[in-house]
Design a protein around this ligand. Sequence first.
Ligand code: NAD
Length: 494
Amino acid sequence: MTPCRNFIGGEWREVSGLATQPVYNPSRGEVIAEVPMCGADVVNDAVEAAHAAFPAWRDTPVVERARLFFRYRQLVEENFDRLCQSVTREHGKTLAEARGSVYRGIENIEYACGAPALLMGDTLPDLARGVDCETLLQPLGVCVGITPFNFPAMVPMWMFPLALVCGNTFILKPSEKVPLTSLIIIELLEKAGLPKGVLNVVHGGRDCVDALLTHPKVRAISFVGSTPVARHIFETGTRHGKRVQANGGAKNYIVIMPDADVPRTVEALSTAAFGCAGERCMAGSTAITVGSAADHILPDLVQAARAIKVGPTDIPSHQPDMGPVITAQHRERVMNLVANSEREGAKIIADGRNLKVADAPNGFFLGATIVDQVASEMEIAREEVFGPVLNVVRMDDLDHAIELANQSAYGNGAAIFTNSGKAAREFKHRVKAGMVGINVGVPATMAMFPFTGWDESFYGDLHIQGREGVQFYTQQKVVTSRWFRENVGDVWRK
Ligand code: NAD
């Protein structure tokens, strides 16, 4: 079993006497670690360590902070395979998917390396006679990151590199389902020369999070996870005076027009729906086919879904196309949603529910599943499924397709597949989602753009990543200055 320790004030700390929760290798259904469920005492130690480290880190020149992240980027690259294998072992995604996600994380480190340019302020000389005005971007203090299970390396990397180069100190509370990759992240930061206390890791669940949300010395909270928890984080954090950005769940629609390129659309749709076993906040979980599009697309899509090889992902030399879902309970939930849709009148045209994987009989596997003739009022059409399941809703025209997508409570991503510029333009302007793809199935934004969820997919004002990320982790000071020659005295002549 891998030991799962906290990292506080530059020391690895063993925890004893606390309740623990098992961490699984979902490919095997085996327990690989026990994660301690820390509470307010441990959180207080971490916050005090981060608070004590803040003044020296804030006063470290920004070029030095950035240089540390250049070294860190190099170390992540050198330990790339090890990181990806850790992601695969505790999450279950394939190595190819883990590689893609760690690269998205590296791009966030690269963006953070640009801190000297990102933190430049504005100046306006001679605002009035002899009066100059300038803005300074200054760090907030102790910031916190609370992360979900589905991207054990990437989502923490959305947060701490930018928070730290901006001069803040940080506490990471990883998902209790995937706490092990964060240990490698810390090890590499230590090697890069991060001073003690600048980044701390505490493990736990709700109690740990609530202690972070209410601690008076915490200034800002970045959260990524499900919508009910995002709402709780936003409400509790802001009530306690914190700056909060809270990303929630999603239900992403992909509209397929009758003129869409069939092979490209099938490939993109299959990746969007079944990539990472559907456990992505940007998964394309509902296809809205317009007019005859269903007849063009569905036969090939069903064939593609049935051809997806599912299996254990923990042997680097034998990789399947798709790995397991995170836990046995989650697999059960996904299967129930599919069964309910069938009872409500939908048709299962590719059924992955009874999949058996001979060489990994205890893994949490589900095959690619397609549910056709879904109606907008069905539970499966409204709820986030977070599994390898694609719903198909058939519509007569683009107006009705957009209307359906816009009924969603969420607003993360939406995409259209078409060869018509006019249809694409109409969709781009009218669809209610923060990230839009045109012939792109997963329009998740890269490090230089904000991750712009809307509605129930995001609570807060400033999104994660890009310039909004910099704004989130800094506060602006506007300095207006004026000097008087007659007061200078002798200095002027020397
Ligand atoms: P989750 O909400 O269960 O957990 C996320 C974090 O919150 C974990 O660290 C967990 O310990 C903590 N937590 C859980 N319950 C809590 C509670 N009651 N009070 C306080 N803290 C609590 O999410 P998950 O199952 O780990 O991740 C999947 C969800 O994350 C999906 O809904 C997915 O869409 C979402 N997600 C969103 C984005 C995005 O950018 N919008 C990205 C990735 C994942």
